[in-house]
Design a protein around this ligand. Sequence first.
Ligand SMILES: Cc1cc2nc3c(=O)[nH]c(=O)nc-3n(C[C@H](O)[C@H](O)[C@H](O)COP(=O)(O)OP(=O)(O)OC[C@H]3O[C@@H](n4cnc5c(N)ncnc54)[C@H](O)[C@@H]3O)c2cc1C
Ligand code: SF4
Length: 510
Amino acid sequence: MARLILLLGDQLSAGLSSLAEADPGEDVVLMAEVAEEAHYVPHHKKKLAFVFSAMRHFAEELRCDGWQVRYTRLDDPENSGSLIGEIERARAEIDVDEVLCTEPGEWRLRQALAAVPDLTLLPDTRFLIDPAGFRAWAQGRRQLRMEYFYRDMRRRTRLLMDGDQPAGGEWNYDHDNRGTPPPGTETPSLPAFEPDTITREVLALVERRFPDNFGDLQPFALAVTRADAEKARDHFLAHALPRFGDYQDAMRRGEPVLFHAHLALYMNIGLLDPLDLCRRAEAEWRAGRVPINSAEGFIRQILGWREYVRGIYWLHMPRYADVNALEARRPLPDFYWTAETDMACVRDAVEQTHAHAYAHHIQRLMVTGNFALLAGIDPYLVHIWYMAVYADAYEWVEMPNTIGMALFADGGIMGSKPYAASGAYIDRMSDYCAGCRYKVKLKAGPDACPFNYLYWDFVARHRDRFARNQRMGPIVRNFDRMTDERKAEIRADSARFLDALVPAGSRWNG
Ligand SMILES: Cc1cc2nc3c(=O)[nH]c(=O)nc-3n(C[C@H](O)[C@H](O)[C@H](O)COP(=O)(O)OP(=O)(O)OC[C@H]3O[C@@H](n4cnc5c(N)ncnc54)[C@H](O)[C@@H]3O)c2cc1C
Ligand code: SF4
């Protein structure tokens, strides 16, 4: 009897464990675009188009390789609207005795699939450590620091190792990742991929079905096939990786990508293999084409951070979705959706997110994330925003980054201290402040950079908690040394600014 191979939207990999188990001559692959997935957060239009188009292309490739594929389009009249409904519909029409699926990446889906009879879940071998392996690593450790996890992963995968020593002599070249490009530095442009007939159909569908969703649908130039994603990968390795290390933390107005890879969306959907990408980055260094701070910095993000956040997600779900250690309750401000704010750094990050469904890590962490942290925005609402607006957003990776890394809402599972910063950090790492209506050097008053007083207001609000934190202690002591007048000024400036924030409409606010 045939088996049904349920293939999810982010499982577009030829080497997927469920496909490896299946028989193309006997078994039927089920793929479905369903309303439930398209609507559970208000996804960016480009993200929807990217996922649907990549799914349709992958289904075509499977058919060409001899697979029987049952594909439900979003606008099929028979579409039940849910994955479970599509499994049931398929089972009513085809005689199947088992449903095979590679483990879904998200808790929500794993829970939903638990109700499917005769379901076999297979491990997702595209990751370099499975949740059980991460749990074993975490067992008995007081703190789960990414750096130690990363070193273990280097040893385990043999990436960037010379014998039992780190290649180049050091495990981590983070100290060489903090430059800013001098004015006039040319940045490589991303390769653009012309939409084909399938993509054009999807673009029309998204425009029709999701006219009010956030984001620009056009121009659409993303890769939607593995072959094109590999072209994007090769372009990155040749043109951006050499300077990725130097300028990893830099931000520049109107330059969304700088020397970043813009490859997370392709890895997360399954079009690129993370281990292969790391090996290629290492080969570039060994061939003398990129410096060690670039190769190591890049590999650390994938082998270290990417695997680490997934481990944290599975270790702590489902509780992780509800954590709110700092008791942040403020609604998400409207400017996260409209970009209508005088803060030039936030405006630029939101505008380019609207245009490209992309912002690089430092913008996500130190601009929009930092603002949400300092202003005390409800972590769940911030999580929904990040899930919705980025083309690479899937809960297993987005949630720990948002709730843990950016908002410290997990109380320190991911980081030993919050990534809180005043305007001086943004000024040092970007060219935003020169074009801002606020003055980054001013600490108080209506013209002062809001990050400056909000930073101290944040420290004041959490003074007792942070006084106990080894790394925040000195900052708390600086705050304590301020005069009462200065403290009152910080409180008043912050209250004035925060009270004037316009909350996003209920549609966008949970
Ligand atoms: C608040 C917040 C939300 C985030 N949400 C997501 C998300 O939904 N999806 C996502 O893939 N990443 C997320 N990240 C991590 C990171 O910002 C993105 O992976 C990165 O910006 C993607 O762009 P890039 O491909 O150009 O990455 P690069 O900066 O070029 O980095 C190379 C690769 O390393 C990996 N990587 C780097 N940093 C991280 C990280 N912290 N966690 C996991 N992987 C990492 C990515 O796969 C990325 O493609 C988030 C970070 C923050 C602070
Ligand atoms: S002055 Fe403050 S708000 Fe304006 S761009 Fe600089 S950091 Fe952002």
